[in-house]
Design a protein around this ligand. Sequence first.
Ligand code: OAD
Length: 248
Amino acid sequence: MRDLDAELHELRARIDRAARVCVLSGAGMSAESGIPTFRDALTGLWSRFDPAQLASEEGFRADPRLVWDWYAQRREGVRAAQPNAGHLALGAFAQRRPGVLTVVTQNVDDLHQRAGNADAIRLHGDILADRWLQPCRCRPRRDPGEAEPGRPPRCPGCGALVRPGVVWFGEMLPEGAMEAAERAARAAELMLVVGTSGAVWPAAGLAGTARRAGAFVAIVNPHDSEIDASAQLLLPGTAAQILPRLFA
Ligand code: OAD
């Protein structure tokens, strides 16, 4: 029979010895803070909503109000949420051992940052940030914060629409984010992948990048993921259950 306690104990010792640790997080990291995941069968957002309509530029152009309102509701959920024991354990570890941990997240919430990982690399943007759909054409150029309130807000000069600062399907990742994440993955002696289905690339490739560069890769997830083959250790459990035992 499997002895999960012993495996956690051993992994904790590896973390304590490591000079560089990288955590790659996905939506499951924030599930216990009450923020829904995307692909969980019953509760995931993509089981109830259409990503082509709500997470693409075409979808936004087709019905800006609908898409704006959907993100406005998600923003409220993020603002109301609190970091869970998993986020807090990573934040405390970063304070205790500065310079060791790099958090790379696919999450668009700010819970890693609020828990103390201010430098977390955000691959998929920031849901609380506003940006222009197309560049403001005013001279001088206005900031999205100067847009007229509306659903969505618009530039009072040129009419440019404001959109949420997340990465939609088919879009580039924020400049420099993937490069920084790859550097962290290659430098890590240990990579912990937490709460991602591994369905979205290039983020999903980071576990393999770390493994090929010699890292020990462990995955924390109550279910299977598409990148389980990249890991030497699969820890069946949730972020808030497992991370405090490894990092607190
Ligand atoms: P998914 O919804 O695809 O996967 C969430 C994963 O978390 C699943 O494998 C679950 O089994 C696992 N999980 C659920 N609850 C958990 C818990 N409490 N602790 C640990 N794991 C748990 O989310 P992502 O992999 O993050 O894109 O999805 C990747 C991207 O697809 C997202 O960043 C989003 C989405 O479209 C953008 O927002 C741009």
